[in-house]
Write a protein that binds this ligand. Structure first.
Ligand SMILES: *Cc1c(COP(=O)(O)O)cnc(C)c1O
Length: 398
């Protein structure tokens, strides 16, 4: 099977004149998502009212759509469920893993991890109290720091700033050899690179749907629990929809079947409807093809920028095996450079202190867009077009 990337591009509604290199932060809108949300609002919410929970299958959406995402991350049927935000799913996965690995109390992560994951881990360690601790090391030192002392290794596979990618299979193998459970954050992996959770023996994984899976702002997160752990993993956020029988309204909590126990409360139906439609884009697309095309686009971008802009320093590993689907460059005035780019229709983003980030998603980006983005960036650097006060005033979201 070969993917027709012209056909996938036609499924997205992108503004004219925009080269969108920020699908790693917020995926663009699939046309079908807008239509589906409109239909869910008017025909389902509007006409069915509360009957929609049964008649429109709203209550099953978190697990039905979880199964669709499972196919994109190499997970078993019945091992993924949707809900809440990624930060909350990090909390749930970490709390369950820590409880399963008592009396060990140390969480190991790396200092390239996304701050929310680290804040959540630190907050959970404080709540659990005596002896619980979050330790961070440099990403390249993670493997050596895995010892029998650790309870949980918590990593984001692809670094949100640099695009550096951990070797998931290798780290899981070493962690398991030392009795350590692993929680993977797939925020920059799901829909971007092939992931094989079942094959690699993952324990827990979490990720968001609004980045490479294009569910729209605020789209729900997913959580994966390996089938072998599902009956032992106790949910720390024991909400009613994770109960074995929510509508029995028992006073005592009994965890639901399998991964369903990781549900918390009422699911966001409008966002799930958008996600369900967005996932249709993946029918007939393999992640191997996406990966090969994305690497070719990245290499083209890196070569073009390095040839034209010696001021920019590549922050992403050159080795294919060691990077995800984004390319980052450092520039001391990175924020202003990105604002100047955005003003010219090339949309990437900026991450403090000096990172210009560009995501490459072959579903709607091709070599022509890459070449035009390189040309525009080269001109902005060459002419110092970024050196204007309006490009230096920081917005709330960078
Ligand atoms: C995007 C991202 C988040 C965001 O979490 P939300 O709760 O969805 O805001 C968390 N962790 C990582 C690694 C991310 O890349």
């Amino acid at each position: 099977m070969t993917t027709d990337f012209n056909a996938t591009k036609a499924m997205f509604d992108l503004p004219d004149g925009v080269i969108y290199l920020d699908g790693n932060s917020l995926g663009p809108m699939p046309k079908a998502a807008a239509a589906r949300v409109a239909q869910t609002v008017t025909a389902e919410w509007g006409q069915m009212l509360i009957r929609g929970w049964n008649q429109a299958g709203w209550m099953e959406m978190p697990s039905r759509i979880g199964n669709r995402i499972a196919k994109l991350i190499g997970a078993e049927e019945g091992s993924v469920v949707m809900g809440d935000t990624l930060s909350i799913k990090v909390y749930q996965a970490l709390a369950s893993a820590l409880e399963m690995n008592k009396p060990r109390k140390v969480i190991l992560s790396d200092n390239g991890n996304f701050p929310s994951d680290l804040y959540i881990a630190d907050g959970l360690a404080r709540t659990l109290g005596e002896g619980y601790e979050l330790r961070t090391v440099a990403p390249e030192d993670v493997e050596a720091a895995i010892t029998d002392e650790l309870a949980v290794l918590m990593l984001t596979e692809v670094d949100y700033r640099t695009g550096r990618k951990h070797d998931m299979a290798r780290l899981i193998e070493k962690a398991h050899a030392h009795g350590v459970l692993v929680v993977w954050d797939l925020a920059h992996s799901a829909g971007a690179i092939p992931v094989e959770l079942a094959r690699d023996g993952a324990d827990f994984a979490v990720g968001c749907s609004y980045k490479y899976l294009n569910s729209g702002p605020g789209g729900p997160a997913f959580i994966y629990v390996a089938p072998r752990h599902q009956e032992r993993a106790r949910p720390a956020l024991s909400g009613w929809l994770g109960h074995e029988a929510p509508f029995a309204f028992d006073l005592d909590y009994r965890p639901g079947n399998g991964v369903e126990r990781m549900r918390v409360g009422t699911p966001p139906i409008l966002q799930l409807a958008a996600l369900d439609a967005a996932l249709d884009v993946w029918e007939g697309v393999t992640l191997q093809e996406i990966r090969a095309a994305a690497l070719a686009l990245q290499d083209r971008f890196i070569a073009g920028v390095e040839a034209a802009c010696p001021d920019l320093e590549l922050a992403t590993p050159r080795e294919h095996a060691n990077r995800g689907s984004q390319v980052s460059f450092r520039h001391a005035e990175g924020y202003a450079v990105m604002q100047a780019l955005i003003a010219e229709g090339v949309i990437g983003d900026f991450r403090a202190p000096d990172i210009l980030r560009f995501g490459f998603t072959p579903l709607y980006i091709g070599p022509d867009e890459v070449d035009r983005a390189v040309q525009i960036l080269a001109r902005i650097i060459e002419t110092k077009a970024w050196d204007r006060p309006e490009f230096k005033a920081r917005s709330r979201v960078t």
